[in-house]
Write a protein that binds this ligand. Structure first.
Ligand code: AMP
Length: 423
């Protein structure tokens, strides 16, 4: 199947050929004609499958074929869980739509709202947004959602994980009843099915890859070692392998910072990205990583979600995620659009159960290797004892700092909510 035969306009074909795409990916073959026909869509597609073009191209096609309105109105709304994904989806829309007359803009939190407000007031056709900032600006009556014809929920599973359900429901209530709805999700939990049942009308279901299976082109290897040897092992793998572009996942923001500092000390230029970093710092780290000036990007799951890093050769799980589906998302960064890649997991004794959960989800055992000098010597009991000791020490530290008057709004309802979003 070629892009020509899929029913796209000359303006879009020109942009596609400028991007260097020669043929549509499987999700594009399945989704584009259905979206053009006006059907609602429930798509199982993880990042790396070409899903963004799968919805951006037909939306651009539909909107550009309509007769122009007197004033530009938001006719398509794309909701994404994170700022980074919103920015990338916007870039994609702009690139694919560069030979059309359509305008796309993005709004997300964490940055000054005024430039976003100015652009919105000039009129846009396509709006990409994270739910919180969208609602803020909508409440301020900066724009109207009453002309939306196509709604996209991108990475809907992650939006629910991040606690956006209420916001999504509030946004849905502002949209015209008659509209086309597209829902993209990497996994299909009960909650996603419930959400889909609520607002999709007689949807077509399309799948990019079978649910919860990982790209065949990705080699997946587990190195079992002690917790205390993990940093050394990661350093060794990167240095010995001469790897120049490596994405490393940690479970926590502090873990990401700590590892990035240690890699720096070992002479490996790296940056951490997570929800506590400013938007500017996150964008700069990602740009540096794409350009090759940053060798290692250390990220938490949510910060890395949806990042568009083509042809990423190496992904390392410094810690395994405790949610098996997150493993699938993480290694979805390798082997993108058909290219090969290597996903490595560094696993300590307290993570063996996580590994089992992942293998159960994948339906196969992961290849396990041991590097001499990095064998597992710690027992689970020893690791748990250390964790308890650390926890007690941290609690003592927190109590002391509270006594010093440094208490934080950690236990407030809002504090919890915003922390969950920013992980
Ligand atoms: P996505 O799944 O939307 O994050 O896209 C993953 C990567 O595939 C991006 O770098 C896209 O630019 C690229 N891509 C999308 N469609 C195609 C295509 N038809 N051929 C080659 N690469 C593509």
């Amino acid at each position: 199947m070629s892009f020509n035969s899929i029913g796209l306009s000359a303006a879009l074909l020109k942009a596609i050929s400028k991007k260097g795409y020669t043929e549509p990916t499987p999700i594009q073959v399945k989704a584009i004609p259905q979206i053009l026909s006006g059907r609602d869509l429930l798509a199982s597609a993880q990042t790396g499958t070409g899903k963004t073009a799968g919805f951006a191209l037909p939306i651009l096609q539909k909107l550009s074929s309509e007769s122009p309105m007197q004033r530009r109105r938001v006719r398509s709304l794309i909701l994404t869980p994170t700022r980074e994904l919103a920015a990338q989806v916007t870039d994609d829309f702009k690139q694919y739509g560069q030979f059309t007359d359509l305008r796309t803009t993005v709004v997300f939190g964490g940055v000054n709202a005024n430039p976003q407000i100015r652009t919105l007031k000039q009129g846009v056709d396509i709006l990409v947004a994270t739910p919180g900032r969208l609602l803020d600006l909508h409440n301020q009556k900066v724009f109207s959602l009453s002309h939306v014809e196509v709604l996209v929920l991108d990475e809907a599973d992650r939006m629910l994980d991040m606690g956006f359900l209420r916001d999504i429901e509030k946004i849905l209530a502002q949209l015209p009843v008659k509209r086309q709805n597209l829902l993209f999700s990497a996994t299909f939990s009960k909650e996603i099915k419930k959400l889909a049942g609520k607002f999709l009308k007689n949807p077509v279901m399309v799948k990019a890859t079978p649910e919860n299976t990982t790209a065949e082109t990705v080699d997946q290897i587990v190195y079992r070692t002690d917790k205390s040897k993990k940093t050394k092992l990661v350093t060794k793998l990167i240095t010995d392998g001469g790897w120049e572009q490596v994405l490393v996942f940690t479970r926590t923001k502090h873990g990401a910072n700590r590892l990035s500092q240690k890699l720096g000390k070992a002479g490996i230029h790296s940056k951490a990205i997570h929800g506590n970093k400013s938007q500017g710092a996150r964008t700069m780290a990602l740009e540096g990583f794409k350009k090759g000036t940053v060798r290692v990007l250390v990220a938490t799951d949510i910060a890395a979600r949806g990042l568009d890093i083509p042809l990423l050769p190496h992904v390392i799980n410094y810690e395994l995620p405790n949610i098996p589906e997150d493993y699938v998302h993480r290694i979805g960064r390798t082997g993108r659009a058909g290219a090969g890649g290597e996903a490595i997991s560094i696993v300590s004794v307290d993570e063996f159960d996580y590994q089992k959960g992942i293998e159960k989800l994948l339906g196969r055992t992961l290849e396990s290797k041991v590097i001499p000098g990095f064998e597992v010597t710690e027992t689970l009991q020893e690791v748990n004892d250390k964790k308890l000791a650390n926890k007690a020490q941290n609690q003592r530290g927190r109590r002391n700092s509270r006594d010093d008057g440094n208490s934080s709004p950690k236990n407030s309802k809002n504090g919890n909510r915003s922390r969950r979003r920013r992980r």
